[in-house]
Design a protein around this ligand. Structure first.
Ligand SMILES: Nc1nc2c(c(=O)[nH]1)N[C@@H](CN(C=O)c1ccc(C(=O)N[C@@H](CCC(=O)O)C(=O)O)cc1)CN2
Ligand SMILES: [Mg+2]
Length: 291
């Protein structure tokens, strides 16, 4: 193995500490804590773990955590009524509805109901539009975490060839926008892309977000490239990414592991977005460079 292993757990811990310090400053100036409301529908084990981790991280950062647990058979109207009440609650700076939602609920109907200025997940079409047009909004947590890891590893990304594999609204599309903003030459590949291996082989940066275990092979990677693996697949062999880690690590310059790579950044960036929301809503300036 030759690649540098990118330590997302350490990067996330460092970001959370910077957030904690700025939260202290916010509380001193605004006279209240930033508040994050997290809504969980049902008892899916993985979602329950993520929601618990978000609550703990929020409190550890010095913020207020409001957890709302609804039964699996809650109606869409009841869920939307809760979102409406959180939109109107002055103590709430950020609102997040944990995904996936049960089949009888239309995810779009719920995420588009969240006030875009409290949408710390960045899933609302208004925030997707802001990102695409260069306006200030909220950027989805996982892709922003990937950009932070890339900049920490590579510095300036200008001019680099980047390939994003996957075109979801939550990861692939915002990831492509963020790489474009960093002046990368961006290709978005997906399940219908022809000769994916040669497309990936051109790239200085490979971001894999497809949800297929070990799909990206070591031979596809250009020697020295930086590989960001967003996949979290539960298999018989445990938690694995979308990249064949052993194969890719023997040719890449740097690579994120699964677990311990991109995943931990997601919750740290959620806190970042909540802190930014609190500052904006209170009309208080914040130190952008520290976040
Ligand atoms: N409303 C949202 N729903 C979901 C999001 C999201 O950002 N907003 N993302 C994922 C789940 N997620 C947070 O919600 C999340 C996923 C993974 C991790 C993480 O730290 N992963 C660890 C491994 C943990 C494990 O063993 O499962 C890692 O990769 O090291 C944090 C948050 C879907 N839903
Ligand atoms: Mg659904």
């Amino acid at each position: 193995m030759s690649a540098t292993i990118i330590d997302g757990k350490a990067a996330a811990a460092a970001l959370r500490e910077r957030i904690r310090l700025q939260t202290e400053g916010f509380v001193a100036r605004a006279g209240r804590k930033p508040g994050l409301a997290v809504v969980l529908v049902g008892e899916d084990p993985a979602s329950s773990v993520y929601v618990r981790s978000k609550g703990k991280a929020t409190i550890a950062a010095g913020m207020a955590s409001f957890e709302h647990k609804l039964p699996i058979d809650v109606s869409q109207d009841e869920l939307i009524a809760l979102v409406d009440s959180l939109n109107a609650d002055e103590a709430v700076d950020g609102i997040l509805v944990q995904l996936p939602l049960p089949k009888h609920i239309d995810e779009q109907a719920v995420t588009t109901r969240i006030d875009p200025d409290k949408d710390v997940d960045g899933f609302h079409p208004v925030n997707a539009g802001r990102l695409a047009t260069g306006l200030n909004g909220f950027v989805p947590c996982t892709p922003y975490g990937c950009i932070m890891l890339l900049k920490e590893q590579l510095g300036d990304l200008t001019g680099l060839d980047a390939v994003v594999i996957g075109r979801s609204n939550i990861v692939g599309k915002p990831m492509a926008q963020l790489l474009l903003k960093e002046s990368c030459t961006v290709t978005v590949a997906h399940s219908r892309t022809r000769d994916l291996a040669s497309v990936v082989h051109r790239a200085d940066i490979v971001v894999a977000a497809v949800g297929v275990p070990h799909m990206v092979k070591g031979e596809w990677i250009k020697p020295g490239a930086t590989v960001i693996d967003v996949g979290i697949n539960r298999t018989e062999d445990g938690l694995v990414g979308d990249v064949d880690f052993a194969g890719a690590a023997s040719v890449a310059g740097a690579i994120t592991p699964v677990p311990g790579g991109v995943g931990p950044m997601t919750i740290a960036v959620l806190l970042r977005n909540t802190l930014i929301s609190a500052h904006r809503r209170a009309g208080v300036a914040y130190d952008k460079d520290a976040l």
